[in-house]
Design a protein around this ligand. Structure first.
Ligand SMILES: N[C@@H](CCC(=O)N[C@@H](CS)C(=O)NCC(=O)O)C(=O)O
Length: 212
């Protein structure tokens, strides 16, 4: 199986963490941000992540990929899902994007490995997010807004090894977002969030992203 991905992409990390937790071998191909051809050749449009199964068939939805991988050899993500976690994910995703997306181009990630790829990202994100420098200048304000939301999560974590006590799809929702948020230098996770993040990242074997 091969995953076409961006290193910074939290939806890609859903798939990567599931394969890692299941000890499944997943080949990873990082696509340059401006490499539309690779995506279009595989699935007819520009979208990431793409999982190409061993039979050559491509999949396009990250949670479908997670379910597909989880079914190998018996499911691991067997815990209950919590409506509060689903709601938390939806609320926090745009807040985290405003902090992280202006930073990703500064991290030396492989999807930005050429000037053309870096420019491509900057142009398309500027259209949706605005000016990166202005957004980075708002870091303190954005972190102040994020702090109570992270504290809410702190109150929802049952165990550092699984958000609801037993691994579930909620872990796949939350850990990739924390991995993204952790790129922000100066962000302090509340105690249980930090223990959860560190324990779960160690369980996946993946390094955190750089910070800036
Ligand atoms: N529902 C899809 C959404 C995938 C998605 O939105 N991917 C983003 C990257 S994280 C994308 O392809 N954006 C278009 C782009 O990069 O131009 C999933 O969960 O896999």
């Amino acid at each position: 199986m091969r995953l076409y991905m961006f290193e910074h992409c939290s939806l890609c990390f859903r798939v990567r963490m599931t394969a890692a937790l299941k000890r499944l071998h997943l080949q990873e191909t990082v696509v340059l941000d401006d490499d539309n051809d690779t995506m279009i050749d595989l699935v007819g449009k520009r979208q990431i992540p793409i999982l190409v199964k061993d039979d050559g068939g491509p999949m396009l939805e990250s949670m479908e990929m997670v379910k597909y991988l989880d079914a190998f050899g018996g499911p691991l993500l067997t815990g209950i899902q919590c409506a509060e976690i689903v709601a938390w994910e939806q609320r926090v995703t745009p807040m985290i994007a405003r902090l992280t997306q202006p930073r990703y181009p500064l991290l030396g990630l492989p999807e930005f490995g050429t000037v053309a790829a870096l420019d491509h990202y900057a142009v398309r994100k500027r259209q949706t997010l605005g000016d990166f420098v202005e957004l980075r200048d708002k870091t303190r304000q954005l972190l102040t807004e994020l702090t109570p939301i992270l504290e809410e999560l702190d109150g929802l974590i049952e165990s550092p090894r699984a958000i609801n006590g037993t691994l579930s799809f909620d872990d796949v929702r939350v850990l990739p977002l924390l991995r993204s948020a952790a790129v922000v230098k100066g962000l302090r996770f509340p105690e249980k969030v930090r223990a959860y993040f560190e324990t779960m990242m160690a369980a996946t074997g993946y390094q955190s992203l750089p910070t800036t």
